[in-house]
Design a protein around this ligand. Structure first.
Ligand SMILES: *Cc1c(COP(=O)(O)O)cnc(C)c1O
Length: 455
């Protein structure tokens, strides 16, 4: 019999709950703090921006949190997503490694982001919210929330980082097709945007600025909430459906990962695939290496400080303890727009601090080289963000070859790159460079970290 290439789960085997890693951690993560008082945040502090169900999930210590039936009904359109064995890539690398990838590009928006956009739109709608403001980098999150908003009848207003707005016009068209509005950020529509433009009219934008604009808009109206596509605990929670499925699919393959690789922007797709396995390890299961791959041009985990910082540039958000490059840090306009965030999810930062994961940074050319090899062997063209995970997985497989050992490598192919073809065209034209950040700017952004004294 020929060897299987994909491992599929029946719809009936889709997870009924998300997995909350906080239940299994040896130490709880540090609490989020109020931006003015520096005291631990209470539910009421977040109520102007989020529905209570999401606030409860944000601080929950329960291990399993039920996925509501209306969310499961929509998930079913593309979930369970396929798990593939990358047999042609393995042969091309001539590696004894067994490479598996979970493919999230099968969602309508083409990435893992709808896994959280759907429940976020659902809970907001349940709470009577008519409008959600948000930010987006490359447009993956904005388009996913636009899709979710269309299904639940919630208006979606997106602030898109200007450099991506220019690089990726089709993502904006996608958002508009699903009925959302999309504004380039910094914009003159908010005080936060106007303040940035006054200093630098040609500012390329950053996720930190776009978040300030969206939070400002959401805070102005009672019927409007804010939504974030990564970083927060409840977002990481929703993404665990990916890893929970992967556990069942690897059982079908009669295998278990030795190494898990994910790319990290805010940390949600990485946590989504890794946390269910890490939880099993914390409960006494097998130990695995877990590798977070980030861009060398925005290296929060490998070069940032583990400190309390703001999630946005205008300092409207709570303070969270995370690996951060400083909230005023503006990374260069490299193509993996979804990885251009100054901070890292507090939960991912926490497990890094506990020594439970490793982090690694790559320059963009090596990532595109890996993505092109992947496309030429497996056929699927990865998003520039996902290329970081592909690079990480390939390097692990090459290490197996060097050492002559066969290990099982699992990575999250978190999205396809069909709306990112300009990046590939630039790469083939030799116009892509290994941009890195300005050391002076990083030092300045880090020097501006708020001073927070915690008990
Ligand atoms: C948004 C996005 C990322 C980065 O966000 P995470 O929260 O780190 O997952 C990575 N890849 C794709 C395809 C994205 O859309």
């Amino acid at each position: 019999m020929s060897e299987p290439v994909k491992y599929l789960l029946d719809e009936s085997r889709m997870p009924r709950s998300w997995y909350n890693i906080v239940a299994d951690l040896p130490a709880p993560p540090p609490p989020a703090l109020h931006p003015a008082t520096h005291r631990p945040l209470g539910p009421d502090d977040l109520a102007p921006l989020f529905p209570m169900t999401l606030i409860e999930q944000e601080v929950s210590t329960e291990r399993d949190i039920e996925i509501p039936a209306p969310v499961r009904d929509i998930y079913r359109q593309w979930r369970p997503s396929p798990l593939y064995r990358a047999r042609r890539l393995e042969r091309a690398l001539d590696t004894p490694a067994r490479i598996y990838y979970k493919y999230e590009g099968v969602s309508p928006a083409g990435s893992h982001k709808p896994n959280t956009a759907i429940p976020q739109a659902f809970y907001n709608r349940e709470a009577g919210i008519r409008r959600i403001a948000t930010e987006t980098g490359a447009g993956q999150w904005g388009s996913s929330l636009a899709f979710a908003g269309a299904l639940f009848g919630v208006e979606v207003e997106v602030f898109m980082v200007r450099v991506s707005y220019q690089q990726k016009p089709y993502r904006r068209a996608l958002m508009e097709t699903w009925g959302a509005t999309c504004t380039a950020s910094p914009s003159d529509r908010t005080a936060a945007g106007r303040a940035v433009l006054a200093q630098r009219p040609d500012h390329p934008g950053s996720l930190g600025i776009a978040i300030s604009e969206a939070v400002e808009v959401a805070a102005q109206r009672d019927d409007t909430n804010y939504a974030l596509g990564s970083v927060l605990n409840h977002v990481l929670l929703h993404q665990t459906v990916v890893g929970l499925e992967a556990i069942a699919q690897l059982e079908l393959a009669d295998d278990y990962p030795d190494v898990i690789v994910g790319c990290t922007g805010g940390g949600s797709n990485f946590a989504g695939i890794a946390f269910p396995f890490l939880g099993a390890q914390l409960r006494g299961g097998r130990s695995i290496r877990i590798v977070a791959v980030e861009p060398a041009a925005c290296p929060s985990l490998t070069r940032g400080e583990y400190a309390y910082d703001f999630g946005d540039t205008a300092h409207l958000t709570p303070l969270t303890k995370m690996h951060t490059l400083g909230s005023t840090f503006t990374p260069p306009g490299f193509h993996a727009g979804g990885l251009r965030y100054h901070g890292m999810a507090p939960l991912v930062s926490h497990v890094q601090q506990l020594g439970l994961i490793e982090a690694r940074a790559y320059l963009q050319l090596a990532c595109f080289e890996a993505g092109v090899l992947f496309a030429r062997t497996e056929g699927i063209l990865p998003a520039p963000e996902a290329n970081h995970a592909v690079r990480g997985a390939i390097d692990e497989a090459l290490r197996c070859k060097e050492e002559g050992t066969s290990r099982a490598i699992l990575f999250n192919l978190c999205g396809h790159g069909h709306f990112d073809m300009q990046a590939y065209m630039d790469y083939f034209a030799g116009q892509l460079t290994d941009q890195t950040y300005d050391e002076g700017e990083l030092a300045m952004a880090l020097a501006g970290l708020p001073s927070v004294t915690t008990p």
